[in-house]
Design a protein around this ligand. Structure first.
Ligand code: SF4
Length: 81
């Protein structure tokens, strides 16, 4: 809920670096997103079938270190916690 609310108005932490590894972990939190698809049938590589229309909480995840609850993740935050 917090992730949803903060992503509507707050920017991504400028200390975030890295890139998405398409593990799909953040798309299966609480429930598996119905738009989640495997890439070429590979069980460890995912894509979003609604990518261009995805909501801010997906678009910005992980917005901050505090909101990054799925590890390992391709994104990381430099600087002090
Ligand atoms: S947990 Fe990180 S690496 Fe995995 S799909 Fe989400 S953003 Fe990408």
């Amino acid at each position: 809920m917090r992730r949803f609310a903060t992503s509507l108005i707050l920017p991504i932490d400028p200390n975030r670096t890295g890139e998405c590894l398409r593990c799909g972990a953040c798309c299966e939190f609480l429930f598996k997103c119905p738009f989640l698809r495997t890439v070429d049938g590979q069980p460890d590589s995912y894509s979003c079938s609604a990518y261009s229309l995805r909501p801010p909480q997906c678009r910005k995840y992980p917005r901050t270190r505090a909101e990054q609850i799925h590890l390992p993740c391709g994104y990381r935050f430099d600087g002090p916690p």
